[in-house]
Each structure stands twice: as C-alpha cells, then as structure tokens.
Design a protein around this ligand. Structure first.
Ligand SMILES: C[S@@+](CC[C@H](N)C(=O)[O-])C[C@H]1O[C@@H](n2cnc3c(N)ncnc32)[C@H](O)[C@@H]1O
Length: 228
C-alpha cells in the first residue's frame, strides 16, 4: 500500500508491555500474558497506525483491545501510541493475524473482532492473499462469544460484497446489521486512518456488523488471552 514514512519513535519509549512479537509466543497461552485485568477482549486485525486501538482503549477502559498487525513498523508505531498514552488495556501483536487466529485464539473468547480497510489485493489472481477468506471468517466466528460482534468496513465495494457472500455461505453469523455513520468534526473522530483518507477524498465506505449466535464450547483452540 502506498504509505508515507512513519514519524520516528523515541528510543526512550518503553514498548516492552505494549508490543509483542507473534514469533516469540510459544503456546499455549499463559493467563496474564497480555492483560492484567480480566475484562471483555476485542481484537483488531490489521491495526495500521493504531488510531482505532488508541481511541477505543482510551474511551473504554473497561474493555481490553488487542491489535494484530503484520507490518512490523506499523505494529511498533501503534504500540508506541498506546505506550505514550499510558493505556494498559491496549496491546499490539506484531505478526500475521491468520496465523494468530489459527494457532492461538480460543473459541468463544472475544467480545468483538474489528477489520477496517483490509488490503484489497485488487488483481483477481491475488485475492487469495486477502485476510478475510473463508477459513479466516470461520475462525473469527469461532473466536467470538455469543452475541460477539464482527465489524467489517472497507472502501472496496467488490471486497465488501464478496466477503458478505462468504459470511452468509460459510458461517452462522447473524447480519449484516446497519452501522450508523458518525459525523467527524476532528481528525481523530474517524475510526481509522483509512476511513479518514477515504471520506476526505469522497470515496464511499461500506460498513457492516455481524453477531455470533450461541457458542459451541466444545470447539476450542488455545487458552485464555486475558490475565487473572
Ligand atoms: C489498508 S491498511 C488499513 C489499516 C487500518 N485498519 C486503517 O483502517 O487505517 C491494512 C493493514 O492490514 C495489515 N495487514 C495485512 N494483512 C495482514 C495480516 N495477515 N495480519 C495482520 N495485519 C495485516 C497491513 O499491514 C496494513 O497495516
């Protein structure tokens, strides 16, 4: 994706609590690994520069927010944002969300999954690289608690409709539910950097929310991501 260089992060900033390398994780998860306070956990896939993570963690201290970002520089940048703000309910994992969901995320464990403006992979032969494919959507469904939400926004109409088809055909998620559009008076009122970019350029944004039906707790993977 065409992106500008990121501003430098002060070497004095301690990222040790906020940035976790996926490669350094050896399963199974230990309680207390990521968050010390046990509260509903929401995961953002592809958190980019971390605007959503910082806004959500700052505005909802009674929930935990975990970003998973494959671009190491972006993961670091988002973690720095959380660290600078002193947000203990926000963390970033540097690594591949598909691997993370496949190997680590326990069934019926997440209050919400957020996917905002995933890389479109425009060419037909590249579409298999999209982060939202059939297997990933099933893993997301499995990870949600009953009533847990999947938020999916994109400015690529074809990606939106083909993903909704995959959800309808391959999962039991309920929806799509409409998502009201909020006015933005300030740069940080946008949910993510890509939402700001699209809306300021007059590009349409497609938004959908889905909810999980009751869980089958017999389907499980990994262990608890919250601390005690
Ligand atoms: C178009 S950007 C959107 C960033 C942010 N969500 C926003 O709306 O501003 C997509 C992001 O997803 C990340 N990404 C792509 N594939 C990923 C994967 N498999 N796991 C985690 N992150 C991924 C990219 O590195 C990039 O930062």
């Amino acid at each position: 994706m065409g992106r500008r260089a990121l501003p430098k992060i002060s070497p004095l900033l301690d990222l040790s609590r906020h940035l976790i390398e996926l490669n350094a994780i050896v399963g199974p998860w230990q309680p207390g690994w990521l968050f010390h306070v046990q509260q509903p956990l929401e995961v953002e896939i592809g958190s980019g520069k971390g605007l959503f993570l910082a806004t959500a963690a700052g505005g909802q201290p009674d929930r935990n927010f975990l970003g998973i970002e494959i671009g190491a520089k972006y993961a670091r940048f988002a973690a720095a944002r959380l660290a600078r703000a002193g947000l203990e309910n926000g963390r970033v994992i540097s690594g591949d969300a598909v691997h993370f969901f496949r190997e680590f995320v326990p069934a019926c464990s997440l209050a919400a999954v957020h996917v905002y403006f995933p890389d479109p992979w425009w060419k037909k032969r590249h579409r298999k690289r999209r982060v939202l494919h059939a297997e990933m959507l099933q893993a997301i469904e499995r990870s949600l608690v009953p009533g847990g939400r999947l938020h999916f926004w994109t400015d690529v109409e074809e990606y939106f409709h083909s993903t909704l088809d995959l959800i309808r055909e391959g999962t039991g998620l309920r929806g799509p539910f409409d998502v009201p559009v909020r006015d933005a008076e300030h740069d940080l009122d946008y949910r993510t950097h890509f939402e700001r970019r699209s809306r300021l350029s007059g590009i349409a944004v497609f938004r959908a929310e889905f909810r999980r039906q009751p869980c089958d707790a017999s389907v499980s993977a990994g262990t608890d991501l919250n601390g005690p």
